[in-house]
Design a protein around this ligand. Structure first.
Ligand code: FE2
Length: 303
């Protein structure tokens, strides 16, 4: 037996693992540099194939849908084209202005439902899965606030390369701004702000492409009289990319195992340690229900 479809789901866990993401938003679908003039790349949104094309005249197209380019990414609006003009592309203030933060992109395609990826990104209790990569410690959940299309989490956590040492915890804020995710914090024991956005492309019910937009502010190193500027931070972080990728590969491994586990044991009761996770699920479920109502997809039609 396979897990139930959304409309046949019996509980919130089954619902959230079957929910799609509302197509009436902008979704990062590809890197601009992966689409030089005169090329086409295929992608999918919730099972529907989409051909991304850049003509020889440099114009982007996605089979007649509106397409935008921003922050090095190609964005598609898979939903109602009439709504595209009224829905804003995500704004990343750290990349605007005369001195943008150091920006290092990284992406993965994981065989896992998008809601599992959001759970992973928002829930620090999975720190033990990283084993020898001690990049963060679980920390205390100080606040969980769900309002409108957003769940805001405040943690007190140790993050960064010094977590094995005696460094004080620092505040960390994580937002699920439907359908996007961001996290803002400061390295523990080093002065330097980090913010990263995660843009998910739900390719189908068990495949999600995950675009991380990692942003780093100037870095204060104790031995240096002035902070490292954004350009120097960028070079440093380019060099650290293999480590970041190896760390996130562990999340991918855990997520793919979780997906396989869910497909085998979807009737089992869910044991959830972090109270914030149910808030994330509620938002995903509510938005998908609203989408289904709007597009008049009834229980009978999808059963
Ligand atoms: Fe992780």
């Amino acid at each position: 037996m396979t897990p139930p479809a959304f409309t046949a789901a019996l509980n919130p866990r089954q619902k959230v693992r079957a929910a799609g993401l509302d197509p009436d938003h902008w979704y990062a679908a590809e890197y601009e540099r992966a689409l030089p003039p005169g090329t086409t790349r295929l992608t999918r949104f919730w099972g529907a194939p989409i051909a991304l094309t850049r003509g020889r005249d440099d114009r982007l197209d996605a089979e007649g849908r509106p397409v935008r380019a921003r922050y090095g990414l190609v964005w598609i609006f898979p939903g109602d084209p009439a709504r595209a003009e009224r829905v804003a592309l995500p704004e990343v203030p750290e990349l605007e202005g005369p001195d943008p933060w150091a920006y290092v992109p990284i992406d993965f395609t994981w065989r896992a439902h998008h809601s599992m990826v959001i759970d992973n990104l928002c829930d620090l209790t999975h720190a033990h899965l990283h084993r020898r990569f001690a990049s963060f410690q679980p920390g205390r959940l100080l606040q969980c606030q769900a309002q409108d299309d957003r769940v805001l989490l405040r943690y007190e956590a140790r993050v960064g390369p010094l977590v094995r040492r005696r460094v004080p915890p620092s505040p960390m804020t994580i937002g699920y701004e439907y359908p996007y995710h961001w996290a803002a914090f400061e390295w523990s024991g080093i002065r330097g702000r980090i913010k990263y956005w995660t843009f998910l492309l739900p390719m189908d019910e068990r495949t999600t492409r995950v675009f991380f937009v990692m942003l780093y502010d100037t870095l204060r190193v104790a031995a240096l009289p002035v902070p490292l500027p954004h350009r120097a931070v960028w070079w440093l972080l380019r060099a650290a990319q293999p480590t970041v990728r190896a760390l996130l590969d562990q999340d991918g491994l855990a997520l793919e195992a979780e997906q396989a586990g869910y497909e085998a044991h979807w009737t089992a009761p869910l044991v959830e340690l972090n109270p914030a996770v149910s808030q994330l699920h509620r938002l995903t479920i509510r938005k998908w229900e609203t989408h289904l109502e709007r597009t008049a997809v009834t229980v009978e039609a999808t059963a």
